[in-house]
Design a protein around this ligand. Structure first.
Ligand code: ASP
Length: 343
């Protein structure tokens, strides 16, 4: 049987064109995208489309959008071999991370892609991204099982685990990188899959479960030389704050000033989860290496290992939505739930 792929079109540059009135890029409908890639028919796959309404720039993505996307995949899960999500690049890494935590026991490919240039522009990167994403979503192993049963981002010839990605380039076609985890596949003359790093289910045949419980009472605090107590306390003492990502230096270090450690300790003892993520793109948080890290650990800050900020945000939004007990959340932060951290 020919593979069947559901294309979920949500907006983004790939489907935009110049609005003659405003002079800005605005989304157009999927029919017009399909006209730009007639080659897709040559695969012989069954390709169906769901278009979100309204189509959005991904800067407007919210966790409600994540829920809508996850439920769309769940609704169509049994009828398709794989899913391609066309979406803007700006927040794609957040959404791919969130979906990796929301789609539990996923056994089919969910491939996110988009482009830096609209698909109707002659030099677009959108066509190649779209065509290869469809091929990857349809790819099977020799036993007939999906080749990549994960939430991924395919962009500029590279297939990355979604929750390991970050958008790092606003200009070049290679917009994404996966600094702490190797690509799952690379597209050249052939698409070469790196099976040893792809996550396969331990037992196949589990039904998909969708976790839609979220809590957005979250803040990101990025340290910088000169950060002030009133600012840090102002954030950590926001009523109802549930969690914070603390972006630290190097391998998870922070200034040793007593006020900072006290502010963190106070927040943690009032129930705020604080997760330490490095400002460095590559490498891992290790709070045992320097005195400046040990103080954080003693204050109760949790190490995020080599997680990206995007994945940490998504993980905390999902975990604080799902669990009320901080011990459960603490345990899960240090658990590799779907390939987001190296343990
Ligand atoms: N602003 C656009 C978006 O994220 C950029 C893009 O798609 O590349 O929707």
């Amino acid at each position: 049987m020919n593979p069947s792929i559901l294309i979920i079109y949500t907006g983004g540059t790939i489907g935009m064109k110049l609005d003659p009135h405003s002079g800005a890029l605005a989304p157009f409908n999927f029919q017009q995208i399909a006209q730009e890639v007639p080659e897709l028919k040559k695969f012989g796959y069954q390709l169906d489309t769901v278009s979100f309404s309204p189509l959005i720039d991904s800067s407007d993505v919210t966790p409600d959008f994540w829920i809508k996307l996850a439920l769309t995949i769940q609704e169509h899960y049994d009828r398709y071999d794989g899913f391609v999500v066309l979406i803007g690049t700006d927040t794609m890494a957040y959404t791919a991370s969130a979906l990796s935590f929301m789609l539990r026991d996923l056994e089919k490919p969910v491939i996110f892609t988009g482009s830096q240039l609209p698909i109707a522009v002659l030099r677009t990167d959108g066509k190649d991204n779209f065509i290869s994403a469809v091929e990857i979503a349809a790819a099977k192993q020799s036993d007939g099982r999906p080749q990549v049963p994960e939430v991924c981002i395919f962009f500029e010839n590279m297939l990355f685990r979604g929750n390991r990605t970050t958008k790092y380039n606003a200009e070049q076609f290679r917009a994404f990188c996966s600094p702490n985890f190797p690509p799952l596949a690379e597209a050249g003359i052939h698409i070469k899959y790196h099976n040893s790093v792809i996550r396969y289910p331990q037992t196949w045949g589990e039904p998909l479960k969708v976790n839609t419980q979220i809590c957005c009472d979250l803040a990101i605090i990025k340290l910088f030389p000169g950060i002030q107590e009133k600012i840090v306390r102002g954030i950590l003492e926001i009523p109802g704050l549930r969690a914070a990502v603390l972006e630290t230096y190097g391998s998870g270090n922070a200034p040793t000033q007593a006020w900072l450690i006290d502010a963190l300790r106070d927040a943690i003892s009032s129930g705020v989860i604080i997760c330490n993520v490095s400002q460095c793109q590559t490498g891992s948080v290790s709070m045992e290496t320097y005195a400046t890290g040990i103080l954080l650990k003693r204050a109760g800050v949790l190490g995020g290992r080599d997680i990206t900020t995007e994945a940490a945000v998504a993980k905390l939004i999902l975990l604080t939505g799902q669990y009320s007990n901080n011990e459960d959340i603490t345990r899960m932060i240090d658990t590799n739930l779907c390939g987001e951290i190296s343990i």
